[in-house]
Design a protein around this ligand. Structure first.
Ligand SMILES: Nc1ncnc2c1ncn2[C@@H]1O[C@H](COP(=O)(O)OP(=O)(O)O)[C@@H](O)[C@H]1O
Ligand SMILES: [Mg+2]
Length: 257
């Protein structure tokens, strides 16, 4: 029974399978994402981490030949039955490994989606752009050059701009896929601080190739291997000397991967 003190999960995934053509790469996994948590997802390359994220906001269906089965529920609603897939994609924001700067000004990068959604009041848009850039810890660095091209700033700044853009949709869950792969450690730490702040408001799914990043940031961590979940538990367990599974211990301690 779910007690009044335990809010229902934001996302519930059950028996999820993913195949590209005839090759199944996720073999029936189940887990949930809770309110105001950072769920770390770790595992070697090719474990199915990115494929899993694509199922949460139905971007898997944009990949020719890809299929999924099982259920993904967001706030209790089966995503496969949602008619408005764009609303789902706004709700479940995605940040890709490499920054994807639109060839627009910094201001337009953030205001683009809200304008497409019909927001037209300049003051409202200015306020939203400032809020998202502040949340992404980028405001102080770009506030005097909001008219510069979003592609003309450093890689680390572009990755924060990508986060600001994802936040402009006011997502309820933000998924990040190896966000720090192309940025320096100082920027990575700044973004990690951003994520800790954001967790007060939204849920975060943090797919990371850096096991220590999940250890630092996540409340719970899920360890994936070859399309299966080896273990999902609170960080105190996953990163302890005695996690639930020996393979988790070996991976976390660098024995493979
Ligand atoms: N677009 C695609 N088409 C065909 N196979 C894919 C595609 N994307 C991923 N795969 C395969 O799915 C498996 C899992 O990949 P992926 O989800 O990218 O794992 P990870 O993010 O953990 O590295 C791999 O074997 C990969 O080759
Ligand atoms: Mg990946």
């Amino acid at each position: 029974m779910v007690s009044a003190a335990t809010p229902p999960p934001r996302i519930e995934v059950s028996d999820l399978r993913v195949a590209y053509g005839s090759k199944e790469v996720i073999h029936g996994i189940s887990f949930d994402v809770r309110s105001h948590e950072i769920l770390g997802v770790i595992g070697p390359a090719q474990s199915g981490k990115s494929s899993l994220l694509r199922c949460l906001n139905r971007t898997l269906e944009l990949v020719p030949g890809a299929q999924m089965s099982g259920t993904v529920r967001v706030d209790g609603e089966d995503v496969s039955r949602m008619r408005d897939v764009h609303a789902l994609r706004r709700k479940i924001g995605m940040v890709a490994p490499l920054p994807v700067g639109l060839p627009l000004t910094i201001w337009d990068n953030v205001a683009f989606a809200p304008r497409c959604a019909g927001m037209s009041d300049r003051h409202e848009l200015d306020a939203l752009v400032e809020r998202c850039l502040r949340q992404a810890a980028l405001w102080d660095e770009v506030k005097d050059r909001l008219d510069s091209l979003g592609t003309a700033i450093s890689g680390g700044q572009q990755q924060r701009l990508t986060i600001a853009r994802a936040l402009s949709h006011q997502p309820e869950v933000l998924c990040l896929d190896e966000f720090s792969i192309a940025i320096d450690p100082v920027t990575t730490m700044r973004i990690e601080d951003v994520l800790k702040e954001l967790k007060q408001e939204i849920s975060i799914v943090l797919v990371t190739n850096l096991t220590q990043q999940a250890r630092r940031l996540a409340d719970r961590t899920m360890f994936m291997l070859n399309g299966r979940v080896v273990e999902i538990d609170r960080n105190e367990v996953v990163f302890s000397p005695r996690p639930g599974n020996r393979q988790t211990f070996d991976y976390v301690n660098g024995a493979f991967g």
